[in-house]
Design a protein around this ligand. Structure first.
Ligand code: CP
Length: 335
């Protein structure tokens, strides 16, 4: 578990955002509440607020990403920060420069925040331990470990639909073994006080001792779906699988793919979520992904507001920004 000391400053304010572990309910609620007014910024004529004007935010993605990288970039731009997207393939790391040397060079350019995605678990934590004190680090997904901003945008989406976390039954279906998203969601759901978290997968895709995280393990999807309020489907992460963990995609879809027939076992008002990228016909039927219970694209939209909240809370420390109740737009005529 990551010590809370590294994620919070001496005054208990958010400094880095590396993992859901180490945060109390009040911290998570404060991020959700801070995101609410940001969710409306896109309705303004000028989709920008001036909270992080003058700050420089660097996107460092060592692994592929569509949603996370672009919504972090959009969130930073909507907060009026300057954004650098480093192309890792053409950066000097491809000439042998170490990651930490690269970061020290970016620090020398007076950057304020690093948003890091890496295939090694613990990469963002390592970086946070080595950067200058004024720099904030956000974990945008590290190996199979953690994806905290994804978990928070999922919590934001759940709260918008279900209002309260208490009494909710949430099921997470699929490749739990390799899923940093599932780990972060489990920590967030339990910290926010849902009634029950169920994880559903073949035995080969469930980590040993997952029960210690406070979940109930199921191998039969039908039983797990009974009474569910929220269904979270996960992608099979074949790029992280070593050896044959599955009989075949067809067999997997038959047993664990979300179809109309299986969805009927959940509560009638259950919402269907997926962090993306989705594989239609492998983990979810197209009719469900595009259907009335799906909130998959809402999750993507909500990612911008949550990432604005996390960035304004971390970088806002030095600017003494108070969490805004209402957002003041940049005046239209100033552009
Ligand atoms: N949910 C998620 O992390 O998607 P990307 O890999 O596209 O960023």
């Amino acid at each position: 578990m990551i010590s809370k000391n590294i994620q919070l400053d001496e005054q208990g304010r958010l400094k880095h955002f590396l993992s859901i572990e180490g945060f109390k309910r009040q911290h998570l609620i404060s991020i959700l509440d801070a995101a609410e007014p940001f969710a409306n910024v896109h309705e303004q004529a000028v989709k920008k607020v001036p909270l992080l004007r003058g700050k420089t935010i660097v996107n460092l993605f060592f692994e592929a990403s569509t949603r996370t990288r672009t919504t972090f970039e959009l969130a930073a731009k909507r907060l009026s920060a300057d954004v650098l997207n480093i192309n890792i393939n053409t950066s000097a790391t491809s000439k042998g420069e170490s990651l930490l040397d690269m970061l020290h060079n970016l620090e020398a350019m007076h950057c304020d925040m690093f948003i890091v995605r890496h295939n090694q678990s613990g990469a963002a934590h390592l970086i946070a331990q080595h950067v200058s004190p004024h720099i904030s680090v956000i974990n945008a997904g590290d190996g199979c470990h953690s994806h905290p901003s994804q978990a928070m945008l999922d919590m934001f989406t759940i709260r918008r639909h279900k209002k309260e976390f208490a009494n909710l039954i949430v099921i997470i279906v699929g490749d739990i073994l390799h899923s940093r998203v599932a780990r972060s969601q489990i920590h967030a759901l339990n910290t926010l006080g849902v009634s029950e978290v169920r994880v559903v997968a073949p035995k080969t895709l469930i980590p040993t001792q997952i029960e210690t995280l406070g979940v109930h393990v199921y191998h039969d999807m039908q039983s797990a779906l009974i009474g569910a309020d929220v269904i979270i489907m996960l992608r099979l992460q074949k790029e992280r699988m070593q050896g044959a963990l599955l009989p075949s995609e067809d067999e997997y879809y038959h047993q664990y793919g979300l179809t109309e027939q299986k969805l009927a076992y959940a509560k009638p008002d259950a919402i269907v979520m997926h962090p993306g990228p989705i594989n239609r016909g492998v983990e979810i039927a197209s009719s469900i992904a595009d259907g009335p219970q799906s909130v998959i694209l809402e999750q993507v939209t909500n990612g911008i507001a949550i990432r604005m909240a996390v960035m304004s809370q971390t970088l806002g420390r030095s600017l003494n920004i108070k969490p805004p109740k209402q957002i003041t737009a940049i005046a239209e005529e100033s552009h």
